[in-house]
Design a protein. Sequence first.
Length: 554
Amino acid sequence: MDGTPSELRGLDDARDGAFPRLSDEQLAVVRRYGEECAYEAGETLFREGDPTYDFYVVVEGRVAVVDGLGTSRERLIVEHGPGSFIGEYNLLAGAAPLFSAVAREPSRVIAVSADGFRRIIDQEPTLSELILRAFLSRRVRLIDRGVGLELVGSRYSPDTRRLIEFATRNRLPYSWLDLESDPTAESLLRDFNVEPVETPVVLLGSLVLRNPSNEELARALGRPAPPARPDEVVDLVVVGAGPAGLAAAVYGASEGYTTLCVEASSVGGQAGTSTRIENYLGFPAGLSGSELATRAQLQAEKFEARIVVPCEAVALEQHDGLHCLKFAAGDDVHARAVIIATGARYRRLELERLEQFEGVGVYYAATHAEAKTCAGDVVAIVGGGNSAGQAAVFLAERTRKVYVVIRRGDLSETMSRYLVDQIERHDRIELLPHTEVRELLGDDTLEGIVVEDNRDGSRRTLDVRALFAFIGADPHTDWLEGRLELDSRGFVLTGADVSVTDAIERLPLETSRPGVFAVGDVRSGSVKRVASAVGEGSMAVRLVFDRLATAAPL
C-alpha cells in the first residue's frame, strides 16, 4: 500500500495537502535531524495528554492515529504508511497531543525530537512549508469531524457554554455530548464515576476534568507554561492576541526578538469571531476570523514567538529600568519593550435578567458553536456595524429567520456597502429600524424578546430563541489606569496626543511611557479595521527597534 491514509480515502486523501507523502530526498533531509527506530505491532509511539511527543515519519509499516485509545470510545482518525508524517498543530505549539499513535504492524519510523523539529522548520523552507500546510489542514479536519476533547454537559449550563466557547475560539478539536438530549452522555458519566452535579466534564484520554476553569483545561493540554522564567528578561511582550497583537508577535519574533504574546481569553480577539471577512486585502473570496487567527498564530510560533492563553495581565510597573507585567495567575515578566494590543470588550445590553441568559440564549459572537446551538430557530441580532452584518449573513444560512434590530433608520452610516447589499437581498433576514430590545422572555432558556419602536413607543414580541449583541465595545484598559495616559473614553493615547512631561519625544504609537506602545482597537483614534490593526502591529515592532536603539531611560 502507498502512503495515502487508508481511512475514508475519499475524504482523507492528499489533495488539499493534509497528508502529503515525502519523497526519498525529503526523507533523507528528515534523517539528518532525527534517528530511525522500530516499533512492534501494537506498540504505542505516544498517548494523548503526554507532556511532549516527537515528530515521526513512517519509513516502513503502518501507524494509526487513534482517538480514545484503550477505551470503549476508541476510534481511528487516520492511518499513516511509508513516507507519511505524524503530527498536527499541537506539535509546533509545544502542547500535549490530543490523540495517540500506535503501530498497526511492525514499523520503522524516523523520530525527530522537539528541538530537531524546530530546526527543520527554521532551516528547511521547502519541507517547512509542506509540514505547516499539512498541520493547518489537519486541524481544520479534526475540528470538522468533532474528535479530540470530549465535553459532557447540559446546554443550559453557563459553564458548558464557557468551555465550548473556549474550545471553539481557540480552535481546539472537541466533541460535545449534551446531557439534555444525548442518550450516551449519562452512561459515559457512569463509566467515569461522575455525578451530574459535577458536570460539565472534559475527558482527555483517561484524564477527567470536573468543571475545569479555562486555565485548568489549558494546563491539562500542556499550555500555558509559565510565561517566562523568573530570571528571564524578554525583549518584547505583546499583550493581546487579536490581529494587531499577532502581527506584532510575528514581526517581533521574525526580527530575532525574544517575543512573548499573552492573551486573556482566545487567540484572534474580536476579529476571531467574524464568520467571514470579505474586505481583507489578498483574500477576494474572503476568510473567517478564525482562519486568519489560526494562520497568524502558526506563523508566529514558526518564528518561535511564545503564545500563552489564557494569561491575563493585571498590572504594568517599572523595575530596574525594565517594564514589569504582572498576571492574574501570580506570574511576573520583565521586558525591554511592551506592545499593548488588548482591544476592546463587548458592550452588554442594559436589560433585566441579562446574566441569566448569557451563554444560553444571549451571545456576543456568532461562530459555528453558536450556529449549531440555534440551527433551525429564529434569532435576533442587535447592532448595525460590520460585525452584526457578518453575523446576520452567516446565521441566515443556518437558521429559519434573522431579525436585525437597529436604533437608526438604516444601515448606510454604520455598515459596509457590500454587507448592506447582502442583507437587503437575503430572504431570511428582516431589518427592524428604529427598534430597541426592552425585555427578555423565558425561564431556563430564551423564549422571546420584547422590542420597542423608538419613534412612537409601540411594542411587539419576537419569538426568537437566541439574541446576538453587537453594539460596540469598550477598551480593555482597566489594568492600565494610572499607568498610562488614557483619553476620556479609556482608550490609550499615543504619539503626538500624549501630554509629554519629560524630555523624550514620543514615537508614533508610543504611549506616555517610553518603550510601551499601543496598537489596534485599544489605541485612541485607531481605525477599527482588521487590516489597519495588522499594519499597526507590524509597524510597532519597527518603532520598538528605534526606541531600544536610543537607549532612552524608562
